[in-house]
Design a protein around this ligand. Sequence first.
Ligand code: SF4
Ligand code: SF4
Length: 495
Amino acid sequence: MRIPLRRQGCSLQMKGSTVRAQSGNTPVLSAEIYVIPLEANRFLVYAPLRHAAFVGNTGIVNLLADLREGRTEECGNDETLEFLRRLEIVDAGPETPPREVFPGEPNPVSVTLFLTTACNLRCAYCYAAAGENKARYMPLDLARRGIDFVVGNALRRGETHFEVNFHGGGEPSRNWPVLTAALAHARGQAEAHGLKLTAYVATNAVFSENQLDWIVAHLDGASVSCDGLPEVHDSNRVTSGGKGSSASVIHSLRRFDAEDFSYGIRMTVTAAAIPRLADSVEYLCANFRPGQIQAEPAYQIGRWAGAPSAETEAFVAAFREARERARGYGRELTFSAARAGTLTNHFCGATQDLFALTPDGSISSCYEVFDESSPRAKTFLYGRSSNESWRFDREKIVFLHRQSVDNRAWCAGCFARWSCGGDCYHKALAIYGEGEFAGTDRCAIIRELTKDQILAHIAEAGGVFWHTPPENAAGGCACVSCGDDKRIPRVPLLI
Ligand code: SF4
Ligand code: SF4
């Protein structure tokens, strides 16, 4: 079998980068193509920018290779070529890779408020190591200024909507007076200006009864950290007194279901919990009604630095089983960077002007960088609130924008790149620092689960091929922390 060009991971890439003018009836490869071996004489042929894929044999792969190399005299039969034309792989116009443009200074219509670094839990794998340092609390005045800024932007941009998210570094409900007052301010602004407001909280869902009442009455949704089976959850997610928190979380979820309150569940999977993942997902599906369930391997930072990795083949196998169980309940299990069907050159908001405020008034583009003492503060804090205005560091902004997947050499041959978007930049920095990115253990997970999704798309489309207009994922975020994914109900998820 002749297959040309670069090899990376499990795929082979053929780029029909620029479509040449057709002379007569000479067929021309017109798509960026990846060939992913499945089994003997079976290959997944994938054209991400065409949203097209099919399973082919050696003959069709060789035909594509011939086309790529301009050997048109060997170019298959009319029927095969017609099939490839139908998928825009042959003789179509130029492809348009997703490339976000960011003109001028950030003018977001969504603000994330890192309300506090205090937390009522002491989760074993907490990325923020909450509870170990002096807690910081955002003052109401700063929260208001952040809200006013995005309201002003919405009005200037002619938008009809703005968004307020309450997030961590700790548990946002530990700064309850500011959370409730900030939302009241945002609602007042929405009414005064005729704007629609959506407000979410990312939380551990350990609330008092009064807090629960308020949340279901005032917020549009929540992202709840919950690891599934009570014994699995309680092995890591404990109170400051060392007690499991599952009973409180279950109570909150039941209340959310009873009130039809929209929420998603974000599961953190440690190496030890991998064998229980399918049972945990089934437990959640059987007992609760989350709009979304996302499972991510525990990130080895904060209190979990040095812990055994869960970014393994065992995770992929467990995820597949859990996904099947979820489907049995009509639910989808998601993983942040596997999102075949979207097109983007960014993984998350970190490289596209996410506007999050630390308790001390710095502007962060990353959910993991919630205060000035963070090891990555230098990279992700790109501005400050200054008196009544905002100061942005243009150089940092431009640098962050450039961390998109199309600027990363290692990712150039990866079939998942236009949906993965280069994965979590914070994680890449944790591994490689300023050095060149050369892949992570997550890449194998991303590729396996993305491949599953492409095959599922083909199966759903009748089993022969998949070809749909792309959903533009530009501007979306699928944080390994927050999991904010625009394909599914809009509930940001976090650790
Ligand atoms: S980060 Fe994403 S695009 Fe880059 S190599 Fe890994 S899986 Fe592929
Ligand atoms: S995905 Fe990574 S880079 Fe993006 S916001 Fe989350 S931690 Fe930060």
